[in-house]
Design a protein. Structure first.
Length: 171
């Protein structure tokens, strides 16, 4: 009887093999470079993808879910100081925690879970994927350039930006 081989790109444990994963993260698809045009470094995308695999496998196997956070090293650009970035991130997380307490879309315990710390040149924070996308990335110049409507206008709230993106995708 012939043995069943794994699909191309899947290792013997049922996970994406390293080569396939790296091609997905680093490859250009037409003109779009899926992960390379964002302020998030490729190794961070790789960590979140591997974490998502572990969470999915734990759910399938009925096991307890692994901690869903990745330790991030945030490097300020263009004149921002680490203290400013840490302060803005802490404020966003506190606001989301208070929104959660009032029935909003906040995360409840995100502020304490993030364990934000700083050095002279960088900020360290622990973040799940939602915190990365909703709270860290919107602090970047990349996000501001993409979503700022006119010069000197503050970017809209994350939920407003995402709603606008979804509406444009429907067109």
């Amino acid at each position: 009887m012939a043995s069943k081989s794994a699909p191309v790109g899947i290792d013997d444990q049922g996970k994406l093999d390293e080569g396939t994963l790296r091609r997905f993260v680093f490859r250009t698809f037409g003109r779009a470079r899926r992960t390379q045009d964002s302020p998030v470094m490729p190794d961070v995308w790789l960590r979140y993808i591997r974490l998502a695999e572990k969470i999915a496998n734990a759910r399938i196997d009925g096991l307890s879910l692994p901690n869903g956070v990745v330790d991030l090293l945030l490097t300020p650009w263009s004149g921002d100081r680490p203290g400013e970035i840490a302060s803005k991130l802490r404020e966003r997380l506190r606001r989301r925690d208070s929104e959660k307490l009032t029935g909003g879309p906040g995360g409840g315990q995100r502020y304490s879970a993030a364990r934000v710390a700083l050095s002279e040149s960088r900020v360290v924070a622990s973040a799940d994927f939602e915190t990365l996308v909703r709270d860290v990335v919107p602090l970047t110049g990349w996000w501001t350039r993409l979503f700022q409507k006119k010069a000197n206008t503050p970017p809209e709230k994350f939920d407003v930006d995402i709603k606008r993106i979804k509406e444009k995708m429907k067109e």
